[in-house]
Ligand binder design. Structure first.
Ligand code: C2E
Ligand code: MG
Ligand code: MG
Length: 512
C-alpha cells in the first residue's frame, strides 16, 4: 500500500517537472523572437546558438522523463495487480481465499438460476490434521496443506473453484451441476485422490478428508447458509467415522442444535457435580493381581443415564470446558486413591488421562503439583496418560514432562501406535510407560496385529519402558501377551471400569 502511494507521488512530481521544462522552452522561444527584432546580428547569432542548445537539452530531458513516467506507471499497475491477487488468494497454497470463493459462489448462483441448473458446495476438512501439526510441526503441516491443495485442484474442472477456507478447511465450488449425482462422483474422486500417501520432507503421510455437500437451490438460496449447511454435513461425516462424504439434510440442523445444548449441559453438569470417576483395574499379567487403576470419567446425567466419555469428551475439549473437568478428574482420582491408601487398601498406582489441551495449558504443571500437595498422594503413585498425538515436539512440552518427572510423577503414552509421531520422541522425552492401543490387542488373532504387538513390546522393553496392553478381552489375547513378556494389562477380561465403591470391593476381595 505504502509503496504504491509513493509511486503515485513520484508520478505526480514527474508530471510537474515536465510542465516546468515545457514552460522554460516556451520562454526561450519568446526571448528568441524579441532578439530577432534587434539589429545586433553577431550578438543575436550567439544567443540563437545558445537557445538552440538549451532547446535540444530540454527536449532530451522531456523524452527521458516520459520514458521514466511510463516505466513507473507499468510498475504501479503491476503492484496493483499483485495486491489485488493477494487480497483474493491464500498465501500458502495460492488458492482463491474465502472472499473470492464467496464472490464466485454468488455469481454461480445467479447464473445457475438463469440457466436452470444447480450449484454444489463441498466443505472439506482434513481428518486429524491437528495431530500432524502438533506432532510433526507447522512447517510439515504447511507442506501437507500445499500438497492437498494441488491434489484437490487436479480433481475438478477449470470452471470450478477450489478454495482454502481457513486452517485445514477447503471449499470446492462446482458451478454447473445438472444432477446431484455429479457432486457425489467428484466427492468420491476427492476422497480417492487423498488415499495416496503424501511424501513430505522424508515423511510418508497418510491423510483422509471428511466432506459435506450442500446444493443450491435445494438446500438453501443464500450463500452463507449454503456454506453452513455443507459444514454441518461435513461434521456429520466426521461423526460417522471420517474419510467419507455426507449430503446435507435438514435434520442435520437439529443435531447441530443438540450439540449446542450438550455444551450448555456440560457447563451445568460441572456446577451440579454430575461427573463421576470410574476405575478400571490394571493387573500384573503373570500373577493377575491388581497393581493399579485407570481413572475414567463418566457423566451421570440423570439417575438412569450414564454418559460415556466418547459422547462428550471431544465436545468438552472443543468448547474449552475440558480444562476445569480434567482438573476435577485429577483431583478426585488423587483424593480417592489417597483415601484408599489411608484405609489400608494398597491400590498401587493411579493413571489419569490428560487431554492435549489440558497438557498444553499454562497452569497444568502447577495444577498437578497443587493437587498432590492438597491430597497428600505420593507423586510416584500418580501416572499421567497422554496420547502421542497430544505431545508436541517442542521445548515447552519437554520442559513440562521433565518437571513432572522431577517431582516423581510417571508418564505414560496412551493409545501407542495410533498417532503420527516420528518415534524420536521416545528418545527425547522422559517416558515411563507405553500403553499398546486396544485396536492392536483386538487384532491379536490376525497376523498383522500379532506382529505390531510383538514389535511394540520388544521396543518398550529395550527402551526400558513399562508396557501395558489395553483392551484385553480373551484368554487367547492374554496368553499371547504373556508369551511376549508383556508385564501389565487391563481389559474386560479382568474387569470393566467400576464405580469407586465397586472397585474397592474388587480390590479387597483380590487381597484375601
Ligand atoms: P483410554 O484412555 O484409552 O481408555 C481406555 C478405554 O477403553 C476406556 O473407555 C475403557 O473403558 C475401554 N476399555 C477398557 N478395557 C476394554 C476392553 O477390554 N474392551 C473394550 N472394547 N474397551 C475397553 P472409556 O472409559 O469409554 O474411555 C474412552 C476414552 O475417553 C479414554 O480412552 C480416554 O481417551 C478418554 N477419557 C476417559 N476419561 C477421561 C478423562 O478423565 N480425561 C480425558 N482427557 N480423557 C478421558
Ligand atoms: Mg487412557
Ligand atoms: Mg488408551
Amino acid at each position: 500500500m505504502a509503496t504504491n502511494f509513493l509511486k503515485q507521488r513520484e508520478l505526480a512530481i514527474m508530471a510537474r517537472e515536465q510542465k516546468i521544462l515545457l514552460r522554460e522552452a516556451e520562454i526561450m522561444q519568446r526571448e528568441k523572437a524579441l532578439h530577432l527584432g534587434e539589429n545586433n546580428t553577431a550578438a543575436n547569432a550567439a544567443l540563437n546558438a545558445l537557445n538552440q542548445a538549451q532547446l535540444v537539452e530540454a527536449n532530451q530531458n522531456l523524452v527521458v522523463a516520459s520514458i521514466r513516467a511510463q516505466t513507473m506507471m507499468e510498475a504501479a499497475e503491476q503492484a496493483n495487480a499483485q495486491m489485488s491477487h493477494m487480497a483474493e488468494h491464500d498465501l500458502l497454497t495460492g488458492l482463491p481465499n474465502r472472499s473470492l470463493m464467496t464472490y464466485r459462489l454468488e455469481q454461480s448462483m445467479t447464473l445457475a438460476q438463469r440457466n436452470n441448473y444447480q450449484v454444489a458446495l463441498m466443505f472439506l476438512d482434513i481428518d486429524h490434521f491437528k495431530n500432524i501439526n502438533d506432532s510433526l510441526g507447522h512447517a510439515i503441516g504447511d507442506e501437507l496443506l500445499q500438497s492437498v491443495a494441488k491434489r484437490l485442484q487436479a480433481c475438478v474442472r477449470l470452471s470450478d473453484t477450489v478454495s482454502r477456507y481457513g486452517g485445514d478447511e477447503f471449499v470446492v465450488l462446482l458451478s454447473e451441476v445438472k444432477d446431484p449425482e455429479d457432486s457425489i462422483i467428484i466427492a468420491d474422486k476427492l476422497i480417492s485422490a487423498m488415499a495416496m500417501p503424501h511424501q513430505i520432507s522424508g515423511h510418508l503421510l497418510h491423510v483422509t478428508m471428511s466432506i459435506g455437500i450442500s446444493l443450491f437451490p435445494v438446500d438453501s438460496k443464500n450463500p452463507e447458509a449454503l456454506v453452513r449447511d455443507a459444514d454441518t454435513a461435513m461434521y456429520q461425516a466426521k461423526k460417522k467415522g471420517r474419510n467419507k462424504y455426507m449430503m446435507f439434510t435438514q435434520d442435520m440442523n437439529l443435531r447441530a442444535v443438540a450439540r449446542q445444548s450438550i455444551e450448555q449441559a456440560l457447563h451445568q453438569a460441572l456446577l451440579n457435580q454430575e461427573f463421576v470417576v470410574y476405575y478400571q483395574p490394571k493387573v500384573n499379567l503373570e500373577t493377575e493381581q491388581i497393581i493399579g487403576a485407570e481413572a475414567l470419567i463418566r457423566w451421570q446425567r440423570t439417575q438412569h443415564s450414564l454418559i460415556q466419555p466418547i459422547d462428550f469428551v471431544s465436545v468438552a475439549e472443543e468448547c474449552g470446558i475440558m480444562l476445569p473437568i480434567g482438573h476435577w478428574v485429577l483431583r478426585e482420582a488423587c483424593r480417592q486413591t489417597q483415601a484408599w491408601l489411608k484405609a489400608g487398601l494398597p491400590i498401587g498406582q493411579i493413571a489419569v488421562n490428560v487431554s492435549a489441551t489440558e497438557f498444553h495449558n499454562k497452569g497444568f504443571f502447577e495444577g498437578v503439583r497443587a493437587i498432590l500437595q492438597e491430597t497428600g498422594l505420593p507423586p510416584h503413585l500418580l501416572e499421567v496418560e497422554i496420547t502421542e498425538s497430544g505431545l508436541m515436539q517442542d521445548i515447552e512440552t519437554t520442559a513440562i514432562l521433565y518437571a513432572l518427572k522431577e517431582i516423581g510423577v510417571q508418564i505414560a503414552i496412551d493409545d501407542f501406535g495410533t498417532g503420527y509421531s516420528s518415534l524420536s520422541y521416545l528418545r527425547n522425552f522422559p517416558i515411563d510407560t507405553l500403553k499398546i492401543d486396544q485396536t492392536f490387542v483386538k487384532d491379536i488373532n490376525a497376523s498383522t496385529g500379532e506382529t505390531i504387538v510383538t514389535a511394540i513390546i520388544a521396543m518398550g522393553l529395550s527402551l526400558k519402558h513399562r508396557v501395558v496392553a489395553e483392551g484385553i478381552e480373551t484368554q487367547e489375547q492374554l496368553d499371547f501377551l504373556k508369551s511376549c513378556h508383556c508385564a501389565e494389562g487391563q481389559g474386560f477380561f479382568f474387569s470393566e471400569a467400576l464405580p469407586a465403591r465397586d472397585f474397592a470391593t474388587l480390590l479387597e476381595r483380590s487381597l484375601t
